[in-house]
Design a protein. Structure first.
Length: 567
């Protein structure tokens, strides 16, 4: 009866741990692991950031984050310069949609990346529709109260030109011009290059008035706070804004922290970038080093957030002009490509707190893949190299387990003999361990040292966009998606059962039952994990079983299976 009660208590404890983990995921801004909820996107118009001196005729600024005030709306234009329309341009890797209102980027389609939810379509990152509000905007704000310059709300005119990159051409240039607003004209020139996800953006400010002007240029990304469609409920990745500066490095912020005014990022810098990050893909505004910029994050509207930067322009005399060069990136988180674009941009590929271990692991995996030509075989080869590197640590752990298994009959006999005297039983058990020179924790410490490395490898495989649509063998056509026939998860579960059975059974019956409960519970989750992650785990299990089997045999402890006894 006592065993039944304790079993029920352990089940309640296990279920409580699942619920706690679920709530911890929610608390940290992730989807619930086992009981995911849903949010609805709200797509509304967005106002740009503004310095603390607000132009007249504009409502008072709302509270801003990052030391920069934010206006709630933009002063209306007297009359549109041209009818509003969408302009679609394309290269070999990108299809971009511009809105002539402000020449804002309202859609980015990646022609070499298939949407996992609907493989007849390409991946769309930026979008402005009923399901998603995610745009890139730029414009000018006045440096003194009372000014009004072209913003992302100003109607602009497309200068006639090519809309698709021709064969043999390297670049495609798209140019927009604003009407005069406040004595200023703004010309935006977007230069798209073959094979590149980075767009060169030139802002030319022309003073057509009769007095000097000192505008400020803002660049911002505006996005709803919803997770990407189709994201798994069994693992969570970061979605939200981020900034990078040389001083404070990479700083990502949860949307809920913006809601709660709990944002502590660099407020001004002369280097770095701002970005919106999600699983596999990111967008970013990049300014050259040495250009002063103020950084901000803020909530624009219900479930709508902005991250951006403002850079002041020097005074522009009547008839003169001033140009500022920037880059806009929207694309996959390919680490080598990101490193080539800007310092620290590769950090949008988020490995979390184990980046220091994950980056060299990715480098090694990439080198192996360049030699083998298949990401699946490369994963297996990398795990084999890691197991070889940790061979002696594992050998010590398995040797300790073998000693525990050798004295298990003696411990079991002693427990049965002294079951009515728990204190003497504990003393006798410590005596046996001391005489046999066995450390009960000897099998744990060597394995614990390796855990951060294998967790880092987990994040490498989960974060690498190269795994999307990467085949392995036969039925595995995409290492980033779950096995469609659940063959790999079943094999992983069987190897987990085999590995657990080879370990010495704990003397305490309840501990022995829990030793089986936890691995089997987590094995269920692997039915929903990407095939690449499951393949990595299977390889690790098989190599561990082989090493444990060899060491037990060498030590004269024949391998045996300690199956659970649920009584």
């Amino acid at each position: 009866m006592n065993d039944i009660r304790r079993t029920i208590l352990w089940v309640i404890f296990g279920f409580s741990m699942v619920l706690l983990w679920d709530q911890w995921q929610v608390y940290n801004g992730h989807k619930a692991t086992f009981f995911p909820g849903s949010n609805k996107a709200v797509a509304t118009a967005v106002a740009p950031a503004s310095p603390s001196s607000v132009p007249t005729g504009v409502p008072a600024p709302s509270a801003a984050i990052g030391g920069v005030a934010a206006v709630a709306s933009i002063a209306p234009e007297a009359a549109p310069a041209a009818p509003r329309e969408s302009v679609v341009v394309a290269t070999d890797v990108l299809k971009l949609t511009f809105d002539t209102q402000g020449a804002s980027l309202v859609q980015t389609e990646f022609l070499r990346h298939v949407d996992m939810a609907d493989k007849s379509k390409n991946v769309v990152l930026l979008a402005d529709n009923k399901d998603r509000s995610y745009t890139a905007q730029t414009g000018l704000i006045a440096g003194v109260p009372g000014g009004a310059f072209p913003t992302h709300k100003t109607m602009m005119t497309l200068v006639p030109g090519e809309r698709a990159l021709k064969d043999g051409s390297k670049d495609l240039v798209v140019r927009f011009e604003s009407p005069e607003v406040g004595g200023v004209k703004l010309v935006k020139t977007f230069t798209l290059s073959r094979g590149s996800y980075a767009v060169a953006v030139k802002h030319e400010v022309i003073n057509v008035g009769s007095a000097p002007v000192s505008p400020q240029l803002y660049l911002q990304l505006v996005r709803d706070g919803n997770k990407p469609l189709g994201e798994s409920s069994f693992y969570s990745t970061f979605t939200g804004p981020a900034v990078y500066t040389e001083a404070k490095k990479y700083q990502k912020v949860e949307f809920k922290d913006i809601d709660n005014n709990k944002v502590d990022v660099e407020k001004s810098a002369t280097n770095g970038y701002i970005a919106m990050v999600q699983h596999y893909f990111a967008s970013a505004w990049l300014l050259g080093d040495g250009i002063k910029r103020d950084l901000f994050m803020r909530k624009v509207d219900t479930n709508l957030y902005a991250v951006g930067m403002i850079t002041p322009l020097d005074s522009i005399a009547p008839g003169a002009s001033k140009s500022t060069e920037a880059k806009f990136f929207a694309g996959p988180q390919e680490e080598k490509m990101l490193e080539s674009l800007a310092p620290g941009l590769e950090l949008v590929k988020d490995y979390g707190w184990l980046t220091i271990l994950a980056k060299p692991l990715y480098w090694l995996l990439d080198k192996i893949q360049s030699f083998m030509g298949n990401w699946g075989w490369s994963i297996m080869a990398l795990v084999l190299l890691l197991k070889a590197a940790f061979y002696w640590l594992n050998a010590k752990a398995y040797a300790s387990m073998a000693k525990m298994k050798a004295i298990n009959p003696k411990v079991t006999e002693m427990r049965e003999r002294l079951k009515d005297n728990p204190q003497q039983m504990q003393q006798e058990m410590m005596r046996i361990y001391r005489e046999e020179k066995v450390n009960p924790m000897g099998g744990c410490f060597p394995i614990m040292i390796q855990i951060p490395v294998f967790i880092a490898l987990y994040w490498v495989l989960l974060s690498s966009v190269e795994m999307r649509n990467a085949p392995w063998v036969m039925w595995i056509h995409d290492l980033s998606s779950p096995d469609p026939f659940y063959i790999l998860p079943v094999v992983m579960t069987l190897t987990t059962v085999l590995q657990t059975a080879l370990n010495p059974a704990p003397p305490d019956p309840m501990q022995a039952k829990m030793m089986w409960f936890m691995p089997l519970a987590f094995s269920v989750m692997f039915f929903f994990f990407p095939a690449g992650l499951v393949l990595y785990w299977i390889t690790n299990n098989v190599l561990s079983i082989a090493q444990q089997w060899i060491i037990n045999t060498r030590m004269g402890v024949p391998p045996q299976f300690n199956l659970p006894k649920f009584k």
